[in-house]
Design a protein around this ligand. Structure first.
Ligand SMILES: C[S@@+](CC[C@H](N)C(=O)[O-])C[C@H]1O[C@@H](n2cnc3c(N)ncnc32)[C@H](O)[C@@H]1O
Length: 271
């Protein structure tokens, strides 16, 4: 009589979006660090081309973490071609799904924070489309603009300030409109539009209130205080502009939503 052996199918692993902060390994959270120290998990990380290094992987390695036995780059090309993007997101999600099916946990290394303009968002979405039961965890982290404010020693917001975080690709007209409503503008992905942005800031008298930072927190970080000097130069994709807008005309504040001024308290007491 033949004996029937049914191989035990392992329970699928879990995908973790592991935020590493924008460049300084000292900004990796304890939770992310603990996951990255696990020797049994698979590391995956985004690359723009298979010939390029991964910025996210470099942060972990510079921190002194050891590359585990199993690790794999996932290709997320820089393109606006929607079909090409969808093809690569699907391929990345299929690769992760196959790794999870072996029972191993998969860590996807993310530069900055995993919920902020990160390829992890696409990966997680497509994986869920492939497998609604997929278990996914996100470890939050320090964003590029929070780290940039710290490096530049500029507050992101004070008291009643409004903040806009905007990919500059919306164009100059859109950015200019936002100057009416926001006290701080964080302009992300500025590379292709930098010269036009500098012209806008000059026209609005905001150059003195603007700062540029590239690869914040990394060993090749570059901070530029006089943003006008960047005109006509090439900058790295990992760069942003922080614009403070001190002359903005603010509307009335809702009473009761902020601390009363001493004059208001006096007026109330006097009836
Ligand atoms: C795809 S988004 C990634 C955002 C990232 N997940 C975060 O939490 O900040 C890429 C854009 O973020 C900004 N960025 C990311 N890392 C940066 C860094 N280390 N220094 C300056 N800007 C950075 C740049 O504007 C860049 O074009």
């Amino acid at each position: 009589m033949t004996e029937l052996h049914t191989a035990a199918v392992p329970a699928p692993g879990r995908l973790f979006g592991v935020s590493l902060g924008p460049g300084d390994p000292g900004l990796i959270t304890r939770r992310a660090w603990a996951l990255l120290e696990r020797a049994d998990a698979v590391w995956t990380y985004p690359v723009r081309s298979l010939r390029k290094e991964s910025y996210a992987l470099d942060i972990a390695l510079r921190g002194g973490l050891a590359l585990p036995a199993q690790h794999q780059p996932l290709l997320f090309p820089m393109t606006h071609d929607v079909e090409k993007l969808a093809r690569h997101w699907l391929k990345a999600a299929e690769t992760v799904k196959a790794l999870l099916a072996t029972g191993q946990d998969v860590l996807f290394l993310v530069e900055g924070d995993a919920s902020t303009y990160a390829s992890f968002c696409y990966l997680a979405r497509v994986l869920r489309e492939l497998d609604a039961e997929a278990r996914i965890d996100i470890v939050p982290g320090v964003t590029s603009f929070n780290a940039a404010c710290a490096r530049l020693q500029l507050p992101l917001s004070e008291q009643d300030d409004t903040i806009a975080i905007v990919p500059a690709a919306y164009g100059i007209a859109a950015v200019e409109k936002m100057l009416d409503d926001f006290d701080t503008l964080v302009l992300m992905k500025v590379k292709p539009l930098l010269d036009d942005l500098i012209d806008l800031l000059a026209r609005r008298g905001l150059l003195a209130h603007s700062r540029f930072i590239e690869k914040a927190g990394s060993p090749v970080e570059r901070i530029v205080h006089d943003v006008a000097e960047l005109k006509g130069t090439q900058v790295n994709y990992l760069s942003l502009l922080l614009v403070k807008n001190p002359g903005r005309v603010r509307g009335d504040m809702q009473r009761g939503c902020r601390k009363k001024t001493s004059t208001e308290i006096e007026e109330e007491t006097l009836g």
